[in-house]
Design a protein around this ligand. Sequence first.
Ligand code: PLP
Length: 430
Amino acid sequence: MPECEKNGFQTKIIYQVAAFSIFIVQTEILIAKAMYGNIKKYLQQELDNIKKAGLYKTERVITSPQDALIRVENKKEVLNFCANNYLGLSSHPRLIEAAKAALDSHGFGMSSVRFICGTTDLHKTLEQKIAGFFGTDDTILYAACFDANGGVFEPLLTEHDAIISDSLNHASIIDGVRLCKAQRYRYNNADMADLEEKLKEAQAQRFRLIVTDGVFSMDGNLAPMDKINELAKKYDALVMVDECHSAGVVGITGRGVTEHFNIRGEADIITGTLGKAFGGAIGGFTTGRKEIIDLLRQRSRPYLFSNSLPPSIVYAGIAMFDMMAETNELQNRLHENRNYFKDKIIDAGFDIKPTESAIVAIMLYDARLSQDFAAKLLDEGIYVIGFYYPVVPQGQARIRVQLSAAHTREQLDKAIGAFVKTGRELGVLK
Ligand SMILES: *Cc1c(COP(=O)(O)O)cnc(C)c1O
């Protein structure tokens, strides 16, 4: 082929290839658009449905550290009664100092899961501190309690076994149970007769595990751990309790529901979070029997396939457990605050759910009313959230108040005053 023809031919091929590539790219874009176009419409409809049902969640922006008194964007300062900051540790100087020190001594990130190269001396120390706190054999850390609960059932139980779960258990327990092949039983919230029925049925399986939240976060009630423990012995079952809302809070020294019911060291599995009373940053754990924790380290998927907690978080956790070992001052103040607030609210004529936690559910029953009430309180400088169906049962709308050791008596009085004023304005109180 002569040189010029050859060039022309090559050019033609190049053009053809280029044109074909453009055609493919365009087609891909068209397909991509078409594919997203269909689901986009569906997603928009879903969002519209959520909005129509009045369930669309927006986020209020806080521009100060988390504390009893916070700054909220476009508002003056407000008193915070809706944080899980039960011990007031979210911005505690000692934890901030520890976190900073660990940044210098151990760096920023671990860039690894635990079993590859993500375990430091700090991680091992924190695991031992947690075990010491709850009176258990050993502890395994996770990125969050959502992961602890997500990764606890599947490694331990098979289709030959049974999980018997409280109907109000946290979403992460429900998801964890879904990932496991064990037979599922559900008993009505804290209903021991129903639990016993389910335990009888579950005699058909090889092993049985009863699982419950320690504190149920919408009512503030405790799981009856003493009775659960008795039934577990009678029907040969293991006991697991999620202490997320109870650890640091419940019990004279804040050791949680096992302290309150005098069964410390008897629960086989305890899960919990560093994201609530214990500093409020991030991190979860499972603590309990040695063989259980050992096997979780071998097989628990959120532990094996997710990053190790950063040293700053871990060292702040160690500092926090050291504080807990030194004094019950924060627990004392929290319990005092809870009792003071609860008694004054009852005296004022409000209806509340029985509580032994840091949660006081003030019942308004009507969904609209709960939203109006919370909005008026925010104008009064009190930040609380009104909950209604489907977060709580139909006709059970409420304001959930979360007390903290960080609240001063003056702040509690201001909140109580605002509740009474708003209660009168909205016709809840006579
Ligand atoms: C908050 C909470 C969790 C999740 O804890 P994270 O550490 O935030 O993932 C799990 N269980 C219960 C009962 C909780 O209240």
